[in-house]
Write a protein that binds this ligand. Structure first.
Ligand SMILES: NC(=O)c1ccc[n+]([C@@H]2O[C@H](COP(=O)([O-])OP(=O)(O)OC[C@H]3O[C@@H](n4cnc5c(N)ncnc54)[C@H](O)[C@@H]3O)[C@@H](O)[C@H]2O)c1
Length: 352
């Protein structure tokens, strides 16, 4: 395939070096994707690119729609791909771009979003276009294209700043930012899409995802990526507040599993929401200790004032995902940290 422009959109063909993957190597939960064509919005980002890898490994054809605002071409170019993978550089709030990207697809994984909570407070108009209008357009085009399976990416942020722990899907929502409100709205859009068109769709409320390809820089860098980066640089780790805050940190491989399970139209979902985490919480202080254990590098904390909109505790009840999606986290917190550390080291070696 060669790079090309179609209707003002730039289509970039991703180099490929694997042809096909045998069915035996494919996990059972991914086998339904074999031969399917899937659109992954935000597929050049951290989580999206990990889903792209899994889809291609399952023998699916994959299209990525991404405006590369926080995503990176290297997340896709460096991975094994099938000959039919392509990156479409465009925005989910552009209906024409979405329509082009969705043509011929049966499955849509909608991850594209402006991800910074504070940024959504300070730039609500940008957030509205990207996250709320963008989601409505994606679902509108899914309906027009008669897509048989849609998974929307929601967030634990919908539970608010002082959630009931562990958070259950039936708990009241207390959105405390445009970002959280947009995710809650996206869930409602997704459910109404599924019911109006009598088709399969689900929303996944992701807790604190970490793993290879997560950005370690910038104001919105997640704690694990920033701490591991600090270890690598032998620098103090910025700790906002006391460090006693707890989070349900979930390795990205488990999140990918959840997406593939939720995308299976045989589950016949109608916009149900599922928490996706490990089901237990770790404090930031414990995290620093774990990182010291796996890296052999003791990073001193640099104490900073607490951040606005930082909830003290967060933890998922994953029993709905376990019983309905048969979701079972297969990568532990420690394994996930090791994988992320090795990935970070390999990136440093590449740059050396
Ligand atoms: N990382 C987490 O812990 C976490 C937790 C809860 C929810 N989520 C959600 O998961 C999804 C993926 O997040 P991530 O952590 O991989 O972040 P990311 O920034 O790496 O990925 C987001 C991707 O979306 C793209 N994008 C942004 N706006 C777009 C637009 N308008 N049109 C097209 N592409 C656009 C970006 O370029 C990027 O590639 C997001 O919806 C995010 O809200 C993430």
């Amino acid at each position: 395939m060669s790079n090309r422009f179609i209707s003002g959109l730039y289509f970039e063909c991703v180099p490929s070096n694997i042809s096909d993957i045998s069915a035996e190597k494919c996990p059972d939960y991914a086998q339904h994707m074999r031969g399917a064509t899937a659109l992954v919005t935000g597929g050049a980002g951290f989580i999206g690119s990990n889903i792209v890898d899994a889809l291609l490994a399952a023998g699916a054809h994959v299209r990525v729609l991404d405006n590369l605002s926080t995503g990176d071409r290297r997340n896709i170019i460096g991975v094994p791909t099938s000959p039919h993978a392509e990156l479409i550089v465009g925005c989910v709030s552009d209906a024409a771009a979405v329509r082009h990207a969705i043509t011929g697809c049966s499955h849509v994984f909608h991850l594209a979003a402006m991800v910074g909570i504070s940024q959504s407070v300070h730039e609500p108009d940008k957030h509205f276009n990207s996250n709320i209008l963008g989601t409505e357009i994606v679902l509108r085009e899914c309906a027009a294209a008669k897509i048989s399976s849609v998974v929307f990416t929601s967030s634990s942020a919908v539970y608010g700043l002082a959630p009931i722990i562990p958070s259950r899907e039936s708990n009241p929502l207390m959105a405390a930012s445009p970002y959280a409100a947009g995710k809650a709205q996206g869930e409602i859009f997704t459910e109404s899409y599924a019911r109006a068109h009598n088709t399969h769709a689900a929303s996944l409320r992701l807790f604190n995802v970490f793993g290879p390809r997560q950005s370690a820089t910038g104001a919105y860098a997640a704690a694990i990526a920033a701490f591991l980066c600090a270890a690598q640089e032998r620098e103090p780790a910025s700790l906002f507040g006391s460090g006693d805050q707890t989070r349900d940190f979930v390795p990205v491989a488990n999140v990918v599993q959840a997406f593939l399970r939720a995308a299976d139209p045989r589950r016949n979902l109608r916009g149900e929401r599922f928490n996706i985490g490990l089901g237990y919480a770790t404090s930031l202080r414990q995290l620093l200790d774990m990182i010291a254990d796996i890296t052999d590098i003791k990073i001193p904390p640099r104490h900073l004032p607490p951040r606005d909109a930082d909830s003290p505790h967060s933890c998922a009840d994953i029993s709905a995902a376990t019983s309905v999606l048969k979701f079972i986290p297969q990568v532990s917190m420690l394994e996930g940290l090791c994988q992320t550390w090795h990935w970070l080291r390999s990136q440093a070696n590449l740059q050396a």
